[in-house]
Design a protein around this ligand. Structure first.
Ligand SMILES: Nc1ncnc2c1ncn2[C@@H]1O[C@H](COP(=O)(O)OP(=O)(O)OP(=O)(O)O)[C@@H](O)[C@H]1O
Ligand SMILES: [Mg+2]
Length: 367
């Protein structure tokens, strides 16, 4: 069994900066966990502590049932793939993949067997005699992954392994790593700052900011029910729209007033929002929950908003509209052939049952 548990794990560097703060994270056996967050939030440091490459200031790390705090990296039965691959330029692909096994004193025939097996899985068997300079970026990436899988470790740690690749190759390698996980049935902790990678690859994703874990859940849960404004804005592309305004009460009904326009709140949300009546609040709505009124047969009149269309961005399968209420700018997603004219007024409809609200001070989710 290779579950990984982090209990109150904290890292303070010599300059007394707390870069990982009391992290509690349980990764289950065979789980694909993605650690995601903006640059500098402490992802690599967390991964390096799990690998044993960085000392833990406070807290405990378990791999399986074993406390590994004092176990050196080489004895942790973990393989790590780094962003820059770190493959040896003067070695062939075979030698690169065999290196770790050689160091550990594996017999030659076992090394040959394992390297061939890994090369087969990764589709690089025909490259075994080449040197890294004779490989493309994607092939080099595969060699780095190959070097990790020949070891058959309990846990794989990946630190932004795709960030050196071009966009098309990233998408391709993303699926390959996904398939690899299914085939190897191993526990993987995968670090990235790319939320698309996180959403698509992880069984669960752990969102981190400023050394603090914000939310750990499967990707749709994080997308539909973000724990706070940061997570709501970080996961999803384009990011969630935020409009600052006030909750007002009129004839026993609640409305959100953004300064120029007012929309009606659905009754299900009254209970949680009543304490905020008369106070500032942040309203959030995703671009796919805003519709061009021309394409809505029965729009509730209270949810129709007059906006100015500032930019139309065709994406092929859909169109992003940058709309302005006079107070806020936000993005709506429209159908591929919906092309409103730029700098013209138009009406859009908010699906208020999909609205999010955040406390302005704490930025925690209200609903
Ligand atoms: N050896 C070190 N000494 C002091 N500070 C460090 C050290 N290593 C990292 N840091 C700081 O710790 C913070 C977290 O770094 P870390 O490398 O874990 O971030 P990250 O989330 O992996 O970011 P990125 O996405 O850019 O790789 C950063 O502010 C960084 O400057
Ligand atoms: Mg990093």
């Amino acid at each position: 069994m290779a579950q990984v548990s982090l209990k109150n794990v904290t890292k303070v560097f010599a300059n007394s900066m707390k870069v990982v703060d009391n992290v509690m994270l349980g990764v289950e056996n065979k789980e694909f966990m993605v650690l995601v967050g903006p640059s500098g939030c402490g992802k690599s440091t967390t991964l390096r502590m799990i690998a044993g490459l960085e000392e833990i200031t406070k807290g405990e790390i378990y791999i399986g049932d074993k406390l590994v705090n004092d176990i050196p990296a080489k004895d942790r039965d973990i393989a790590m793939v780094f962003q820059n691959y770190a493959i040896y330029p003067h070695f062939t692909v075979f030698e690169n993949m065999a290196f770790g096994l050689k160091l550990r004193g594996y017999p030659k025939n076992e090394i040959v067997r394992r390297v061939n097996e890994a090369a087969d899985i990764l589709g690089i068997k025909h490259l075994l005699d080449r040197k890294p300079r004779e490989l493309s970026g994607g092939e080099r990436q595969r060699v780095a992954v190959g070097r990790a899988i020949v070891r058959k470790p309990l846990v794989f740690l990946f630190d932004e392994p795709l960030s050196n690749l071009d966009a098309k190759l990233r998408v391709q390698m993303r699926t390959e790593i996904h398939k690899l996980h299914i085939r190897l049935q191993s526990t993987i902790i995968y670090v990235t700052h790319d939320q698309v990678e996180a959403m698509t690859m992880g069984d669960r994703i752990a969102v981190m900011k400023g050394g603090i874990l914000q939310q750990v859940a499967d990707s749709m849960e994080v997308y539909d029910h973000p724990k706070n404004k940061f997570v709501a804005g970080f996961i999803g592309s384009p990011p969630m729209n935020f409009l600052q305004g006030e909750i007002i009460k009129k004839d026993a009904r609640l409305y959100f007033d953004e300064g120029k326009t007012i929309v009606k709140i659905v009754e299900d949300m009254y209970e949680k929002l009543t304490p905020y009546v008369g106070g500032d609040i942040i309203f959030g709505i995703r671009c796919e929950d805003i519709y061009d009124k021309l394409f809505v047969s029965e729009a509730p009149p209270e949810n129709i908003i007059r906006v100015n269309c500032e930019v139309v961005e065709p994406m092929g399968s859909e169109v992003y509209l940058y709309l302005n209420t006079g107070r806020h700018t936000f993005i709506a997603r429209a159908g591929a052939h919906d092309r409103p004219r730029v700098n013209q007024n138009m009406d859009v409809v908010f699906d208020m049952s999909k609205a999010h609200f955040f406390d302005k001070k704490t930025e925690e989710t209200i609903i």
